[in-house]
Structures are given as C-alpha cells and as structure tokens.
Ligand binder design. Structure first.
Ligand code: AHG
Ligand code: MN
Ligand code: MN
Length: 332
C-alpha cells in the first residue's frame, strides 16, 4: 500500500525505544565495545520485571515485611528482597559486571564474571516505607569501571570509588507511570514505560533542571534535631511561601524537583548524625544526574561527587537540586 500521509494520524509514531537509544548512543564513545550498552539493557529488563511485580504486589503476597533486618538495622520489606534478587540476577547473568554493591547486601558481591570491566552500586528499592500504600518507589544505580585488572577477582577498591568516576547512573520510578532516567555523562534522558508494548520509550530528552525553583523537600519532623543552617533555610522557605513536598521516596522527590525546580535535603539528625542516605547506593547516582541536568549536590561542605567513600554503607548529608536553591541553603 502506498504511504498516505492522512494515515499518519491513525498510525502515530511509537518513538525511540530504550534499547535503540542505548545502541545509538554507543557511537558517542569511540572505544565502546557495547558492554555498557548491554549492562544498561539488563537494568531496563530487570526494571520491567520489578514493575510488573510492584503493580501486582497487593495480589501476589509480596507486600509487607520480610522478617529480616538489613545491614543498617532497617526492616527489610519483601519487595526489597525481591528487587535485590532480580537486579543481582539480571546483572550477574548479563555478564558485564564483575561486582555489585547493594544497599541490601552487607558485602560486595563478586559475580564471578572476572572478565567483566564494570561495577554496579545500587539501591534496588528506594522508598520501602511506601510499598504497601501504593506510593511511588524506585531503583537507583551507579556504574563504575573497575580499577583492578580485568581477569582478576574484584576487590573493595573497585567499589569504593568517588562519584566523579561514574560512567553511568540512573534510576527507575515505579509510580503513576513508570520511568527510567539515565546519564552516561552526556546529558540526562528519560524513558516512559509503555505497558501495551512492554518497552521504555524516550519521553524526556536532555533534561535540564530549572536554575531556581519553588519546592522544598525536607522531613520537617526532624527540624528540632537539625543544625541552625537548616532551621534558617526552612524559615526562609516558609517566609517565601514555597511549596513543601516530601513523598518519602528520595527518587520520587528528586525526580519531581529536577523537572520542576526544587531542593531536597536530608542532613544530620540526632539519630543519624551524617544523615540517612547512602553515598554509594543513592547519593552518587543522583548527584551525577543532577549535575548533568545543570543542578548541584553537596554534603554541605563539598561536592558529593568529590567524596572518597571509605565504606560500602557510608551515609552522607545530602543537599541536592536547583543550583540557586542549593546556594541559598549553603549561604544560610
Ligand atoms: P530506602 O527505602 O532505600 O531505605 O530509602 C528510604 C530513604 C529515602 O528514599 C527517603 O527519602 C528517606 O529514606 C525518608 O526518610 P525519613 O522517613 O527519615 O524522612
Ligand atoms: Mn533508598
Ligand atoms: Mn532501599
């Protein structure tokens, strides 16, 4: 049948799938041999599986606590465990990753793929407290190149790298719609999941965060415990009648703020003097992404990406978002 332009309105273009986009972008890296592309596709696949399970979690008996505590003494939810297993399996079988560092695992996992050159750090399920109440949750990941020689067993040195060494980072949100956002250091792009065809489709090209914004995301229940700087900044936000938005899933708060302009901060409290969020599993990835989108991420004294991690589950204060808002907090 000859192409008839009037047919276009019935047969609209589907757009670029995540897989095709990854393959196209591989050309940006002259030395790329496709391993990173394959790794990102593996994450995309695991994200689809987890999404399916989350969508049905109220029906298939994977809501609620798993009955164990994780390394940090936090109660593990069944979906924390399920997501952890899914991602580890996808990355191990994919073959491109020699080591995995997960929020849910005390030690670094040696995948046995000693010829692989990448290391992944991840929070398989961010926002655990929101799982059972149908609120958005997500997955956060960082990719590094190993520093030890290919062909040998990975060591802690491969995992404990500064965030500035990331070669890729991203997150998935299982929310009102499901989105995967990632960067390889050449801008940030987002892919919305189309359930009807089972593909992530490019929907947010080259995301730039507004330089300034009107949203602040902070757990104000902690205000009595925090330092003067935070009290002053929150008073400033109130005086400007800014909008308070705090979902309790970092990844969802972060995503909204990045798109609309805003700031998220979780600094020290009496209970958690260095804050709650983990540099390897959460902060580094989002710091890389926000910088790529034109924003800032700091622990209050230095750029998150410049911090040399000393342990896998290290927590750091996180102040992240639109650059003018981060500067305003720091100047308090
Ligand atoms: P996780 O579910 O991976 O343990 O992370 C929860 C984190 C983060 O997503 C969220 O912003 C923060 O905890 C909320 O903590 P508070 O309840 O202390 O505000
Ligand atoms: Mn988390
Ligand atoms: Mn988690």
């Amino acid at each position: 049948m000859a192409h008839n332009s009037s047919m276009d309105k019935f047969v609209s273009s589907i757009g670029i799938t995540l897989d095709r986009f990854i393959t196209q972008k591989q050309a940006d890296f002259s030395s790329a041999r496709g391993e990173l592309s394959q790794l990102l596709r593996d994450i995309g696949l695991a994200a689809k599986v987890i999404n399916k399970e989350i969508m049905r979690s109220g029906l298939i008996g994977i809501e609620g606590p798993a009955g164990d505590k994780n390394v940090q003494g936090e109660e593990q939810q069944k979906l924390d465990v399920v997501a952890n297993i899914r991602y580890i399996r996808a990355l191990t079988r994919g073959g491109e990753v020699c080591a995995i560092v997960s929020e849910e695992e005390e030690d670094m996992i040696d995948t046995g793929n000693h010829n692989a050159k990448y290391v992944v750090a991840m929070d398989p399920l961010d926002g655990s407290s929101n799982i059972d109440v149908n609120m958005p949750v997500g997955t956060i990941f960082s990719v590094y190149k190993r520093v030890t020689p290919v062909g040998t067993a990975p060591t802690l040195e491969d995992a404990l790298q500064k965030g500035s060494e990331q070669v890729a980072a991203g997150y998935v949100i299982y929310g009102s719609s499901n989105i995967l956002v990632y960067t390889t250091g050449k801008g940030v792009n987002g892919f919305t999941y189309d359930h009807s065809i089972g593909e992530f489709i490019l929907s947010h090209t080259h995301i730039d965060t507004p330089a300034d914004g009107n949203i602040f995301s902070y757990n104000e229940g902690n205000i009595e415990d925090c330092d003067e700087q935070i009290k002053k900044y929150v008073a400033h936000c109130r005086s400007k009648k800014m909008t308070a938005r705090y979902v309790g899933s970092l990844v969802a708060d972060f995503h909204r703020n990045m798109l609309k302009g805003g700031i998220f901060f979780y600094t020290g409290t009496k209970k958690n003097p260095t804050g709650k969020l983990r540099i390897m599993h959460e902060c580094n990835s989002l710091a890389f992404i926000i910088e790529q989108a034109g924003g800032k991420a700091t622990d209050g004294t230095q750029r998150i990406l410049d911090i040399q991690p000393t342990s896998l589950h290290q927590r750091v204060p996180l102040i992240i978002g639109s650059p003018k808002m981060v500067d305003a907090l720091l100047s308090c």
